[in-house]
Design a protein around this ligand. Structure first.
Ligand SMILES: [Fe+2]
Length: 259
């Protein structure tokens, strides 16, 4: 009888992924975590739900978050020291690296010109990656003119591109020819775990499943920002459909190289 009143415990559903490759837990650099304590709380939720390792991907987006690459690297170093100091008393995932989520906007070209695109590496048995994986996102409100040219130019430069949360752009439907073209050109897609649990609404949820069914999605990410997202991640870890998906579908997160 008492069992009826027990709070459900989150499950290590995401253990097969091993690594989360998209989160905003470097404090005070974007719309993510606002303090070390908040980051640690979110990281505990990530560990509880099965993640062993995480990569931080602060926004590089103009004009809201015109982050400086050197400043981000320095903050990351300090953050790692603080996390290390808390390891004895808290159950935390391992930090792997800081890269970024680069928005294709008016500030993007500056990072290209200054050779400041932060990337991560990936053991891909099918093809090598010269300059590593570059996580990009688009505007959530309207499609930028010439978007595809900017993406393909970076590919020609030798970057492998991962498009963050394709299901979240309202201008891409279920049968988007541009998304199809991206897949033909070898662009990777990363869907958000919380999309699968309805966190961003029904349309994003439906498209996330459709894109996965199409075989378009190679990576899953948490896109964690704060403790509200952490609560949602715990909720998602108990979603039967998500549990089944993780049991039956292979994602590439585990092939990201530890640095
Ligand atoms: Fe993000």
């Amino acid at each position: 009888m008492f069992g009826l009143f027990k709070k459900k415990k989150p499950l290590p559903t995401f253990a097969p992924l091993v690594t989360d490759m998209h989160c905003h837990l470097l404090p005070l650099v974007d719309d993510g975590s606002k303090s070390l304590e908040e980051s640690l709380e979110v990281m505990e939720a990530m560990k509880e739900t099965g993640f062993e390792q995480i990569r931080l991907t602060p926004h590089f987006a103009y004009p809201r978050f015109p982050n400086d690459v050197e400043d981000i690297k320095m903050r990351y170093k300090n953050f790692c020291e603080e996390v290390e100091a808390n390891k004895g008393s808290r159950n935390l995932p391992r930090m792997m690296s800081v890269t970024g989520e680069f928005r294709i906007d008016d500030g993007f070209q500056k990072y290209v010109d200054n050779n400041q695109l932060l990337t991560y590496r990936f053991n891909n048995p099918k093809r090598g990656s010269e300059k590593g994986l570059l996580l990009i996102e688009f505007s959530l409100s309207q499609k930028r003119m010439g978007l595809e040219d900017i993406v393909f130019e970076r590919q020609m430069d030798g970057y492998d591109i991962i498009l963050a949360h394709p299901e979240r752009y309202p201008y891409f439907g279920s049968h988007s020819t541009l998304l199809e073209q991206f897949k033909e050109q070898g662009i990777y897609f990363q869907s958000n775990i919380l999309s699968l649990d309805g966190f961003y609404g029904e349309e994003a949820q439906r498209k996330a499943y459709e894109y996965i069914e199409n075989g378009w999605v190679e990576f899953l990410g948490t896109d964690m920002h704060n403790t509200l997202y952490a609560q949602a991640l715990r909720h998602a870890s108990m979603n039967k459909k998500i549990i089944k998906l993780l049991e039956t579908t292979e994602f590439e997160n585990k092939n990201l190289v530890t640095e």
